[in-house]
Structures are given as C-alpha cells and as structure tokens.
Design a protein around this ligand. Structure first.
Ligand SMILES: [Zn+2]
Length: 413
C-alpha cells in the first residue's frame, strides 16, 4: 500500500490551527484491514494514531488524514455479524415507523448502509429504502437482501445527484459512520439537502464523554476521524442549518450518542438535549486538562495490561483472544510486545477467519477452536459485548476457561 497520511494543520470543523495532541498510541496499521494470507510477505502500512483537540471549537479529531478510499473500498466489517447491533437497529426502526406513521410514500436512507442490517427492517415494514455505501462487497450483500444500495461516498455532490433523481428522505440514518468522514461538513450539508422539510436525521456515534469515563482508548482508530460530544456535534449541525431535537445514550460500542436532528423550528427539542449538554460540561469536556488526564490514564492502563499478561504467562497460562474487532488491532499494537501476544483470536465472522490481526500478525480463527484447544485465558477484545460473549461461551467457562477483560482496568472473570 502506498497510501500517504497527511498531517492535520487546521481543525476540520473551524479551520483553527490551535491543535493540542493529548493521546498517542504510536504508529498503527489500519485497524479493520486484517492481513490476508497473500499479503503476509509485505509489511502492513502504519500511520500515527493520535488525537488532537481544537483549542478554538473543541472538536476532537485524528492528527493525520488518510484518504477514505484506502480504508473503506473493501470493508470487512459486516454489521449483521454483530447480534447486538442488529437488535439495536430493529428496535430503532420499529419505533420510528410507528411514531412517525411511515408507509409506502416515505423513504428511509442510510449513509454507510453496510450489508443492509438496518434498512432491511424498513423493507420488512413496507417503507422504501435507499442505502449509500462505498464498499462494493458489502453493498452487494445488501442488494441480495432486498436493500437498494447506491455505491458511493455520501456528500453534498451525491446528495444533489440523488435529489435530482427524485430521492428525498423522510429519515436519514448514519450509524457509526459519521465519525469516519474527514469532510464532515460536506456530509452534513448533503443531509440537509436530501432531507424532506419534516424529515429527521438520526446519528449514532461513540461518545467522547463515555470514552473518557470508561478509559476506552481502544476505540480510537484511524477509521474514527472524530470522537464526538453532543456539544461539538450540535455546533457542526448548526453550521449546515440543522438543529438537535433529541439525544439518547445507547449501549452500542460501550455507550454511544443517538442524536436526532431536523430542519430548525420544526420540532421542540426534548429536555434530554439540555441535560446532556450540561452533563458534558460538568464532566470537564470544556477543560483542556481533562484531555491531558485521559492521555496519562491511557499510558497507565496499557502498562497495567502488559503486567497482567506477563503474570499470566509466568503462571504458564495459554492466552488466546476473542473478537477480531478494530479494538483488538489497536489494543495489541498499542502494547507493542511480541511474546505476550495471544496465540490466536477467535471471531465468528468467516470473512475475518484465515486472516491476521495487522501489525502484530496474530491469526484469526473460527470460534470452534475455543473448545478444541481450551486456552486458559481469552482476552476479551470486544468487551462491549461482554454479556453476549459470556452467554455464548458458557461451556468454555464451565470447563475452567476464563476471560481477561482489559478495559477500563484488567480483570479476569
Ligand atoms: Zn476547531
């Protein structure tokens, strides 16, 4: 790969040059680019993985820009393999369709529609859909499931083209995608263009406040150009003429913000909006010192995870891993050790099996290996799916197997 990362000189939201780096995880490979067998003889491309905060507008963002087509043209993250995400999507769609009385005259759109894990629930309820996703391979899977999908990056140009073809959305969803695009204002401008006068824009994105509270530094990766707070996101929305009307905290990827926006003056904001803004202020998100503290805590927890793995190894424990998610790549590469790496990482996604975690090159295998080999400890990289994973692996645990939950402090269960 010859992709070049461009250092950030100006804030992506306001153009200010006053950027302070507050956490660095060193040079890392692209977290979702699992290394294929054919590529094993070539090195994985590495880029600095650091977050900066804009001293002017407060936006938290990556210190470098990597061209998005390097990251998303062949995306291996099929949302439908994450049961909790599919359940979240189903519940959300049911609620929106019934609250808003959507039917055949409406249009539900999703930016980054992936394999259609969300829009298919609208299809089931007779609401027309249009997904937009740049990854050809996942879009093909969506089409097979009956989810009409336009293969493109979403932005103001794509929105203008679609609008001229008569597409106007009653709802635009953007789940775990809005943090991924460097040119955020262009995407939001596209949403404003394509939204019907009474339409709503529903965004789910990991919460900066929660990342700080849970020390979830492994949710920092190159695909996440931004880590948003409601405070920062609502000021971006206001730049393109949209207004926040509701916010909820939902248990996806740890905790995410689900923000609903609309054209201004259409709907009275709920009391939850003011409450969340106050909570963010109270938790210190306006204070640069909060960010520096997070950086120091991140260094401390990495040291602590390394010590725990060393202790387990010294006791003769075999160590494997569970969940070849982006978090796994980030955590393993940030520890920067060989010899204490898991022997393999189990993951149910067949598209990931047979590949390796980039950088550290740990193989990804089928979960069948868990009971076949019964490793003493498995590092739970997908700690956000703890309950689901414990339930699925009751047999492993009943035979004495244990999980090491790395975040927010290493704990063996
Ligand atoms: Zn700024």
């Amino acid at each position: 790969m010859t992709t070049i990362a461009t250092p950030l000189m100006e804030c992506r939201g306001c153009g200010a040059t006053d950027l302070e780096m507050f956490v660095s995880l060193g040079k890392q490979p692209l977290a979702n680019h699992l290394t294929s067998r054919e590529a094993l003889d070539q090195p994985d491309a590495h880029f600095p993985l650091e977050l900066v905060r804009c001293g002017h507008c407060g936006l938290v963002q990556l210190s470098v820009t990597i061209p998005p087509d390097a990251m998303f043209s062949e995306y291996l993250y099929f949302s439908s393999f994450a049961g909790a995400l599919v359940e979240n999507a189903r519940g959300l769609v049911e609620r929106i369709v019934s609250e808003r009385g959507f039917g055949p005259d409406d249009l539900a759109m999703e930016i980054g529609s992936n394999d259609g894990y969300l829009l298919r629930h609208y299809v089931d309820r007779g609401v027309p859909v249009l997904g937009v996703d740049p990854a050809r391979n996942v879009a093909a899977v969506a089409e097979q499931a009956g989810v009409r999908t336009h293969v493109a990056f979403f932005g103001s140009d794509t929105a203008a083209n679609l609008a001229s073809e008569g597409f106007k959305a009653s709802v635009v969803h953007a789940n775990n995608v809005i943090a991924h695009v460097p040119d955020i204002l262009d995407v939001l401008a596209g949403v404003t263009q394509i939204l019907r006068p009474n339409g709503i824009f529903v965004v789910e994105t990991p919460s900066l406040q929660t990342m700080f509270e849970t020390l979830a530094f492994d949710t920092i990766y190159h695909e996440h150009v931004f880590v948003h707070s409601l405070t920062n996101f609502s000021s971006l929305l206001s730049k393109v003429g949209l207004e926040v009307i509701d916010v909820e905290l939902i248990p996806v990827h740890g905790t995410s913000l689900r923000i609903t926006a609309a054209h201004p003056g259409r709907q009275e904001p709920t009391s939850r909006v003011a409450a969340q803004l106050t909570s963010e202020l109270d938790s210190g998100l306006g204070d640069p010192e909060t960010y520096r503290t997070f950086g120091k805590n991140t260094d401390a927890i990495r040291t602590s995870i390394i010590a725990t793995l060393q202790d387990l190894k010294r006791d003769g424990a075999t160590i494997a891993g569970y969940g070849a998610a982006a978090k796994c790549t980030v955590l393993l590469n940030s520890l920067g050790v060989s010899g204490r790496l898991p022997i393999w990482v189990a993951d149910a996604n067949p598209h990931k099996q047979g590949r390796c975690i980039p950088g550290v090159r740990v193989p990804v295998v089928s979960p069948d290996r868990i009971l076949e080999e019964q490793p003493d400890v498995m590092v739970l990289f997908v700690w956000n799916l703890l309950d689901e994973v414990l339930k699925q692996n009751a047999e492993y645990r009943s035979r004495g197997g244990r999980f090491l939950i790395p975040i927010p402090a290493p704990k063996v269960v």
